[in-house]
Design a protein around this ligand. Structure first.
Ligand code: PBG
Length: 326
C-alpha cells in the first residue's frame, strides 16, 4: 500500500468546513436578490396564494410592512406585480397608465417611505388586459408595433411614479429600444431597463398566473415567448437588447435554462439576472411539504446552482427565506 502515491487528492480541500468555505467558488448574498411583491386593492388584507405557500398578495399598507420587515433582514431590492380587478381590465390595458392605479400609487408610496429600496417594475399588458395577453390582440393576433405604444405609456407612467428599473416582460420585438427612447426623450435618462431577454414559453409560470388571475383568455404565449428548445435565439435576443440599450439581461425561468444563463454571462458585459419563477418555488415547497426534500438545503442548492451558472442577480420568491437564514 505504501508503494504508490496519489499526487492529486481533491479530498484534502474538503476535509473540514473551515477549509470548504475557504475554497468555495460561489457565494450567495442577500444583496444579490430581488424579492417579488404582489399587490392587490383594498386595506389591511393579505391573501396567501394557494399554489405558492408563504407568498401573499398584499394591500399597499400591508406591502409597506412587508418591505420594512425585508429591510430589517438586509433585503433591499423588490419587483412589484399587481392583481387588477376584472372591471378595470380592457383590450388596450388603459388602466396600466392611469395615474390613480394601485401599482403606480404603490411605487410612489414605497419610494417616499423607503428611499433606500430599489423598485423594479413589470412592463407588460397581461395584468390589465381583458384578453390576458402581454400584447394587444386584434383578430386573434398579438400585434407587435401597436403594443409598443401602450408599453411606452406604461413605462413613462412607471418612471414618473419613481421606479428605478423597468422590467419589460412582454417579449415584443423592439421594445427595449422603444422604451429607452420614450424615457430619454422625456427626461428619464437615469431610469434603467432590465430586459426579460430570454423569456421562455414555460409551464412554470402557472402559480404566478393564479396569483394575478392573468392567464390568457384564449390561446397561449408561444408567438412571443421563446421556444424552450432554442438557445441560439437567446443570443439573438440578447444582442438586440444590448444594442437597444438594456442595462440588465434576464433569463427566465432559471433552473431549466442554466445553459442559457452561462452563455449570456460569457458573451455579454452586462449584469445577468435569472428569474427563479413561481413554479420553481412551488415545486420545492410541494416536495418539502410531503417530507420528500429538505427545503432549506434544496433552496440553497438550487440558488447556488443558478449563481454558479453565471447569474449575478436572482429574482426569487425564496429571497426573504434566504435572508432570514443568515
Ligand atoms: C407576465 C409575467 C409573467 C411572469 C412575470 N411577468 C407570466 C407570464 O408571462 O405569463 C411570471 C413570473 C413567475 O412565474 O414567477 N408578463
Amino acid at each position: 500500500m505504501n508503494s504508490f502515491s496519489i499526487v492529486r487528492r481533491p479530498r484534502r480541500n474538503r476535509k473540514a468546513e473551515s477549509i470548504r468555505s475557504m475554497v468555495r467558488e460561489t457565494e450567495l448574498s442577500v444583496s444579490k436578490f430581488i424579492f417579488p411583491i404582489f399587490l392587490q386593492a383594498g386595506n389591511n388584507i393579505q391573501t396567501e396564494i394557494q399554489s405558492m405557500p408563504g407568498i401573499y398578495r398584499y394591500t399597499l399598507d400591508k406591502a409597506l410592512k412587508e418591505i420594512e420587515s425585508c429591510l430589517s433582514l438586509g433585503l433591499k431590492n423588490f419587483i412589484l406585480f399587481p392583481a387588477i380587478e376584472e372591471s378595470f381590465k380592457d383590450k388596450n390595458a388603459t388602466y396600466s397608465y392611469n395615474s390613480n392605479n394601485l401599482y403606480l400609487k404603490a411605487i410612489k408610496e414605497i419610494k417616499a417611505k423607503f428611499p433606500e429600496v430599489s423598485i423594479t417594475t413589470d412592463v407588460a399588458m397581461d395584468p390589465y388586459s381583458s384578453d390576458g395577453h402581454d400584447g394587444l390582440v386584434i383578430n386573434g393576433e398579438i400585434v407587435n408595433d401597436k403594443t409598443l405604444e401602450i408599453l411606452g405609456k406604461m413605462s413613462l407612467a412607471q418612471a414618473e411614479a419613481g421606479a428605478d428599473i423597468l422590467g419589460p416582460s412582454d417579449m415584443m420585438d423592439g421594445r427595449v429600444g422603444y422604451i429607452r427612447n420614450e424615457l430619454d426623450t422625456n427626461g428619464f435618462t437615469n431610469v434603467s431597463i432590465m430586459s426579460y431577454t430570454a423569456k421562455y414559453a414555460s409551464s412554470f409560470y402557472g402559480p404566478f398566473r393564479d396569483a394575478l388571475d392573468s392567464a390568457p383568455k384564449s390561446g397561449d404565449k408561444k408567438t412571443y415567448q421563446m421556444d424552450p428548445a432554442n438557445s441560439l435565439e437567446a443570443i439573438l435576443e440578447a444582442r438586440l437588447d444590448f444594442e437597444e440599450g438594456a442595462d440588465y439581461l434576464m433569463i427566465k425561468p432559471a433552473l431549466p435554462y442554466l445553459d442559457i444563463i452561462k452563455s449570456l454571462k460569457e458573451n455579454f458585459p452586462l449584469p445577468i439576472v435569472a428569474y427563479q419563477v413561481s413554479g420553481e418555488y412551488s415545486m420545492i415547497k410541494a416536495a418539502a411539504s410531503k417530507g420528500w426534500l429538505d427545503e432549506n438545503k434544496a433552496m440553497v442548492e438550487v440558488l447556488t446552482g443558478i449563481r454558479r451558472a453565471g447569474a449575478d442577480i436572482i429574482i426569487s420568491y425564496y429571497a426573504k427565506e434566504f435572508a432570514k437564514r443568515k
